[in-house]
Design a protein around this ligand. Structure first.
Ligand code: NAP
Length: 338
């Protein structure tokens, strides 16, 4: 069976996922595309060489008989309405992060999905599909290192444009750590604080860069995440878990050691798409397989809610400078892991 996919939002990640679903994965093809800008959707299809129908309205695309499952890759504030619409049609939906721009929006999606009675939503947090993070999780789970005490993370991008604001360091960037660290530690956050070091001269006037986010978990693990989005040298994701009897660190992507012109060096990636390219393939193959079998897996609406709740607290902490509590409710049985 081939899963017919409708895509809402044909920008950067939308096109990347369209290519993936139509040409790279097993068992799927793109049959419908919508974008708020119709010319953009047409251009994307032409560039990719895909013959699919262009819909002027995302909700009409969701209702179409030509569409079995939906990818929501539009602007974040539009995600909630399209995910709710897919649930009301009983169709599987892969939603890029964020699931909704507020924790309340995620709650509405959770209520709708539980009322439907079966999981339909997979959230596009791809790090749990990354080989490096999986190896790190396995290492921690052996118990050989004792229990985790501290986690030190770095999320560095070479640069950002003028539209990137101080808040986006949380809502766009940190959310990946907020999702993957809960999964890595099997723990929930209880508080967040944000501190601002000296600002880099490379930041534009609306942006305080870098930032350090300090999180505490229910089990007492302390986490620090450096977010530095104008680091200039590359796209660099680091994560070190310090346990009672040793440490475990996320492996860097393989790259040759180069000895040249008096130096001994290793390249760092510049493009975020390259860093997680295999993880994107795995998350979407899992969506295609899950949607075809009626068994959606991977980051759930509950995970999307947890990341959004923590992100809301971090955003508040950016403004107040205070330690902001995070009151994560108990997970409904509907979202228990199998
Ligand atoms: P983008 O390049 O701006 O593309 C978004 C597209 O959606 C644009 O063509 C936009 O049109 C369109 N759009 C906006 N509102 C819409 C609506 N109501 N209905 C239909 N189309 C709409 O953005 P992007 O970088 O692809 O990001 C899209 C989403 O993916 C964001 O939520 C982002 O956070 C997420 N993302 C995730 C990852 C990841 O690593 N998981 C990476 C990148 C992006 P206009 O340009 O005319 O507004």
């Amino acid at each position: 069976m081939t899963l017919n996919i409708g895509v809402i939002g044909s920008g950067a990640i939308g096109q990347d996922h369209m290519r993936r679903c139509h040409f790279a994965l097993n068992g799927s093809r793109v049959t419908a595309v919508n974008d708020i800008n119709l010319e953009q959707a047409q251009r994307a299809l032409k560039t990719l060489g895909i013959a699919a129908e262009v819909y002027a309205d995302g909700h009409e695309l969701i209702r179409s008989k030509e569409v079995d499952a939906i990818l929501v890759t539009s602007w974040g504030p539009s995600h909630e309405e399209f995910v709710l619409s897919a649930i009301s049609e009983g169709k599987p939906v892969f939603c890029e992060k964020p699931l909704a721009v507020t924790a309340e929006g995620c709650r509405r999606i959770i209520e709708a999905e539980i009322a439907h009675g079966k999981r339909l939503v997979q959230v596009g947090y791809m790090r749990p599909w990354d080989k490096g993070y999986n190896a790190l999780r396995e290492e921690i789970r052996t118990g050989d290192l004792g229990v985790p005490l501290m986690v030190h993370c770095k999320h560095r991008n070479p640069e950002v444009n003028d539209a990137y604001t101080t808040n986006m360091a949380v809502s766009d960037t940190l959310v990946h750590e907020l999702d993957v660290l809960r999964w890595l530690l099997d723990d929930d956050y209880v508080s967040a604080q944000v501190v601002f070091p000296r600002v880099t001269r490379h930041a534009h006037s609306n942006l305080r860069d870098p930032q350090i986010v300090l999180l505490e978990t229910a089990k007492g693990v302390r986490i620090d995440v450096e977010i530095f989005v104008n680091c200039k040298y590359g796209y660099d994701i680091q994560c070190e878990v310090v346990c009672e009897d040793g440490t475990a660190e996320l492996a860097a992507p393989p790259s040759p050691r180069v000895r040249h012109a008096g130096s001994n060096s290793q390249h760092v990636l510049l493009d975020w798409k390259q860093r997680f390219i295999e993880a994107y393939d795995h998350e979407l193959q899992a969506f295609v397989d899950g949607a075809s079998k009626g068994q959606i897996q991977g980051p759930s609406a509950w995970n999307g809610f947890a990341a959004a709740l923590a992100a809301d607290a971090c955003a508040e902490a950016q403004i107040s400078g205070a330690i902001v509590p995070i009151n994560m409710p108990a997970r409904p049985a509907f979202y228990d892991p199998n």
